[in-house]
Design a protein around this ligand. Structure first.
Ligand code: DQA
Length: 151
């Protein structure tokens, strides 16, 4: 069965209570559950991992390279705008990436306009709140059905 890895970066464990006017009222657990349902419907398995620590996310990405994951779905949180190390980890494992944001960073502060991931992603889904995670699962499943080879 095709495996997808959903990664969430710092502060996304606080979804539900964190700035709900920007990020919505859903908890990360609820978002992961709905995304997992979409994955099952598409014949895929969704693995989920959240960390506030850059090194833990890097190590999870390395592990994905060795465990038959077909695509990374990643909301890097604030690491979007800062982390060359996470970008390098994604490039190192040569897995396709879909970048997700609940908000649309381009409508926000200028420091959120730069992403270290967008130019190496298959696509970016931003501004649709929690729905973006479900859309990303569908996009990943469709991409892998059309191009099952790695990379
Ligand atoms: C975010 C946008 C980032 O700028 C911010 O630091 C986050 C969440 C989003 O999902 O909209 O933590 O990635």
């Amino acid at each position: 069965m095709t495996r997808l890895l959903l990664l969430n970066g710092p502060n996304l464990n606080l979804l539900g209570t964190r700035e709900p006017g920007i990020y919505g009222a859903d908890t990360l657990q609820a978002i992961e559950q709905r995304a997992s349902e979409r994955a099952r419907e598409a014949g895929c398995e969704l693995l989920c991992f959240q960390s506030n620590a850059e090194h833990a996310l890097i190590e999870r990405i390395h592990q994905a390279g060795a465990e038959d994951v077909g695509c990374l779905l990643f909301n890097p949180g604030a690491f979007t705008h800062t982390s060359i190390a996470l970008r390098d980890a994604v490039l190192a494992v040569r897995l396709p990436l879909i970048e997700i944001h609940l908000s649309n960073p381009h409508t926000r502060e200028p420091f959120r306009h730069r992403s270290y991931f967008s130019d190496i992603a298959l696509g970016v889904i931003a501004g649709f709140g929690a729905l973006g995670y479900e859309l990303a699962v569908r996009a990943a499943a469709q991409h892998l059905a059309r191009a099952p080879q790695r990379g």
